[in-house]
Design a protein around this ligand. Structure first.
Ligand code: ADP
Length: 409
């Protein structure tokens, strides 16, 4: 098990002239975890998050970073803030400079990096959030989602170990929220520990490794999502609701379905449970479809549209901003823009093929996820890498089926 990176020991805090917002809280966060702090408005989420990088100092109790007590002198605070990046709910309050470049460069310049190192840090950070080419743009003319990404890049430019997001999806539309959660997953995959606050149980349930239910300044329950959200008493105490998939699995169980110990956390998990028990362990299609992955950074222009055109009936999904930008530039129609891996697995289970456009180390992530699903479910889905494979058309459909096939859901 990985080491503890952040810890709270019996912390309490009262705002001047306010009531006690944090009433004696203890918990820890391990390196590489994805933690969701979930509770209703006024629960104390924001207050607690601000203790993680020393913005709020507890009245009593201690906060530890990397097993050392956080100290509150200017020098120590600078250090902890470099390692624990904080993203405010409203990016307008975080973005200060007239251009994207200057804004993202602010942290590295303050840390005393030389010019070349600042340039490099900004380039890497903008690339990570999918905003290459935005350097000279004024941040205040960008969309809400883009502004969030600028703010994230500003924090990433200092290469922190932990990223703390206060209500990360506030102000974003559903697809913008999905994009952002995908970015958080990518950053986590790159090794960052991520902590978010939210009151959205549907958002936290599939995403988090662990959730902390918070109400009235205290922890109601801290556990894996299906346990924390699965107990109606805790959920009621935290003024929340049970995630739909959990509620559905309880109802299915009452109707004689066997629900695995690890409860379904996605539509894919749920479909697996239903199909498995309805068809006695056999997938409804004897030959699952193929999932082809393509790293858009490593393929000549025009290759993908031509490849897709040769395969009528194939569905294309894009993961990450750069892949979506590439699809727009190359005029490739996208069927899936969020939850892409699961949607393509669902398609493969119906015997249909798909192509996933992505970048960098997300390529490995797709294979891992499909492989893990295969191991769990006993369905082997073929994953092919378009960048390395020189292979015949992968579709297993007949011409007749292709004509009938509507790639959308
Ligand atoms: P959440 O993020 O869960 O909505 P907060 O941490 O913002 O909760 O607030 C916790 C409690 O502290 C609430 O009762 C809120 O009214 C109070 N509070 C928050 N900020 C201040 C402040 N600046 N001054 C006084 N009280 C505050």
């Amino acid at each position: 098990m990985s080491s503890i990176i952040l810890e709270a020991r019996d912390v309490r805090y009262r705002y001047p002239r306010g009531r006690e917002a944090i009433t004696g809280i203890s918990f820890h966060v391990r390196r590489g975890e994805k933690i969701a702090l979930v509770g209703p408005n006024g629960a104390g989420k924001s207050t607690l998050l601000q203790m993680f990088n020393g913005m709020i100092r507890p009245d009593s109790g201690v906060m530890l970073f990397d097993n050392e007590e956080i100290r509150y002198d200017t020098r120590s605070l600078r250090q902890v803030r470099r390692r624990v990046g904080f993203l405010l709910q409203n990016p307008d309050r975080q973005i200060i400079a007239p251009t994207v470049y200057q804004d993202v460069a602010f942290g590295p310049v303050n840390l005393g990096y030389d010019e070349a190192a600042v340039k490099e840090a900004v380039a890497v950070a903008l690339r990570q959030v999918g905003l290459e080419g935005f350097e000279r743009r004024p941040p205040h003319h960008l969309s809400g989602g883009e502004k969030k990404r600028v703010a994230i890049a500003g924090v990433l430019a200092m290469d922190p170990d932990v990223l703390v997001f206060d209500e990360p999806t506030t102000g974003l539309d559903p697809s913008g929220s999905e994009d952002l959660m995908e970015l958080l997953d990518e950053l986590n995959h790159d090794g960052k520990t991520i902590i978010i606050s939210t009151h959205d149980v549907e958002l936290a349930y599939p995403w988090a490794d662990r959730v902390i239910l918070l109400a009235d300044g205290r922890i109601i329950r801290e556990d894996v999502p299906d346990v924390a959200f699965g107990n109606p008493t805790y959920v009621r105490m935290a003024h929340l609701s049970i995630p739909v998939l959990l509620e559905l699995s309880v109802e299915l169980e009452k109707r004689g379905f066997t629900i695995p110990e690890r409860k379904p956390r996605s539509v894919l998990d749920m479909v697996h449970i239903i199909e498995h028990q309805h068809s006695h362990g056999h997938c409804c299609h004897s030959a699952p479809g193929t999932i082809t992955i393509c790293n858009v950074d490593m393929i000549p222009d025009g290759t993908i549209p031509a490849w897709v055109q040769e395969r009528p009936g194939i569905a294309v999904g894009a993961m990450g901003t750069r892949a979506k930008q590439c699809a727009a530039t190359e005029q490739i129609a996208l069927e899936f823009t969020y939850g892409v891996i699961d949607k393509c697995i669902l398609r493969a289970l119906r015997g249909k093929d798909s192509l996933i456009l992505t970048t960098g180390n997300m390529v490995g992530r797709v294979s891992e996820r499909v492989e893990a699903y295969g191991k769990e479910s006993g369905n082997t889905i073929r994953v092919v890498n378009l960048n390395t494979a020189n292979q015949p058309p992968v579709t297993g459909l007949t011409n007749e089926e292709m004509k009938k096939d509507d790639p959308s859901y």
